[in-house]
Design a protein. Structure first.
Length: 148
């Protein structure tokens, strides 16, 4: 009696799989032989006092002791600006029907948005005014606007 074709295919597949396994094992052994590893010591890298990576360990005599409590972790405080709180300006544009306009500061020539809600006195174009600044959604806005 002849063997079935299935068992021959199974044997072929098995021998191919076994051969593949052997080749893989040989390749890994070759890599181990050719590698220049040498253990953990060859893999370590050190950082010197200038922040440069080196392969030599740091000199223990140059070690600085830092008190951990002296390190402050916080956002630095913003210094007060020298600009005055109340500024002088001229109304460059103002639309009564829409209730907004722009004021040009006399000292810096910067333009600031002004809304009808930020007015104390009625204003019109080319009026001299005093105002204060507040941060709005799209930048600085003139508020508490008074006619001079």
């Amino acid at each position: 009696m002849a063997k079935s074709q299935e068992s021959i295919n199974k044997k072929d597949k098995e021998t191919k799989r076994f051969k593949k396994q052997k080749d893989k094992q040989q390749k890994s052994e070759e890599r181990k032989k050719n590698s220049q590893g040498g253990g953990l010591e060859n893999m370590l890298a050190y950082v010197d006092e200038n922040g440069i990576l080196t392969n030599t360990p740091p000199d223990p005599t140059k070690k600085k002791v830092i008190d951990a409590n002296s390190i402050k972790i916080a956002v630095s405080k913003r210094e007060e600006e020298d600009t005055p709180a109340i500024r002088n300006g001229r109304v460059e544009f103002y639309n009564d029907s829409k209730g907004f306009g722009f004021i040009k500061e006399l000292a810096t020539q910067e333009k600031y948005f002004v809304h009808v809600n930020g007015l104390i006195d009625e204003i019109k174009e080319n009026d001299l005014v005093t105002f204060e600044l507040e941060r709005g959604l799209k930048g600085m806005n003139a508020v508490r606007v008074k006619k001079v």
